[in-house]
Design a protein around this ligand. Structure first.
Ligand code: ADP
Length: 199
């Protein structure tokens, strides 16, 4: 099975591209979604979160108390690291399991920090980068989430730069401030056809 690693900065348009590829028959494994599922009631991260952070971080429904955890790690990098150290192996195992068992024409694994963390790089056949200028990224994230500029800038500051991403890209989709949804679709369609040939 052909495996595409899809990455890009926050607000670059990864989800938008993944939705199109899924429509055309690709299987999508979204690592953010996997992380979310692991922390839901019944998710496999819950026992470890309760053990390491205490039952105060578990809701009555037995899921992670997201709001509380967000506030807890927000001003505390060491605690954020502790949470990430707990979650990452679980995300990796579950996402790998989904990739290995995927049906469909090919599989696209959406990894926001693919460049930064490196682990996925040896486990995908191609890296596709959704490229966007920082101003547009900020604008989209602001509109989508209502996060403050300060928070958006902090998230972007912890992510790879455009140049670093482009340096390792096998395929690039340009989705900057001048890209319409229709030209985004055209680029994605072209790559879809190319990947079908490469299977
Ligand atoms: P990511 O998954 O990389 O964080 P999204 O795919 O969620 O980014 O896109 C961020 C926001 O910008 C979404 O609300 C999306 O609908 C919008 N968006 C993305 N690309 C375009 C575009 N070319 N034109 C208009 N809106 C876009």
């Amino acid at each position: 099975m052909l495996k595409i690693g899809l990455t890009g900065g926050i607000g670059s348009g990864k989800s938008q591209v993944a939705t199109l590829l899924e429509e055309w028959g690709a299987t999508i494994v979204d690592t953010d979604l996997v992380a979310h599922q692991l922390c839901q009631p019944g998710g496999s991260a819950i026992a470890a979160i309760a053990e390491q952070f205490g039952s105060a971080f578990i809701t009555a429904e037995q899921g992670m108390d997201r709001q509380r955890m967000r506030e807890h790690v927000f001003a505390n990098p060491a605690e954020r690291q502790r949470l990430e150290a707990l979650l990452h192996p679980l995300i990796w195992d579950e996402a790998r399991r989904q990739v290995m068992s995927a049906g469909g024409l090919y599989v696209v694994v959406v990894v926001p920090l693919l460049i930064e963390r490196g682990r996925w790089r040896n486990h995908v056949d191609r890296i596709c980068v959704v490229d966007c200028d920082e101003l547009t990224q900020k604008q989209r994230v602001r509109e989508r989430s209502g996060l403050t500029d300060e928070v958006i800038e902090r998230i972007m500051g912890a992510q790879a730069t455009r140049e670093q991403r482009l340096a390792v890209a096998d395929d690039v989709i340009v989705n900057d401030g001048k890209t319409t949804l229709s030209t985004l679709r055209q680029q994605a369609e072209q790559l879809h056809q190319q990947w079908l040939q490469q299977r």
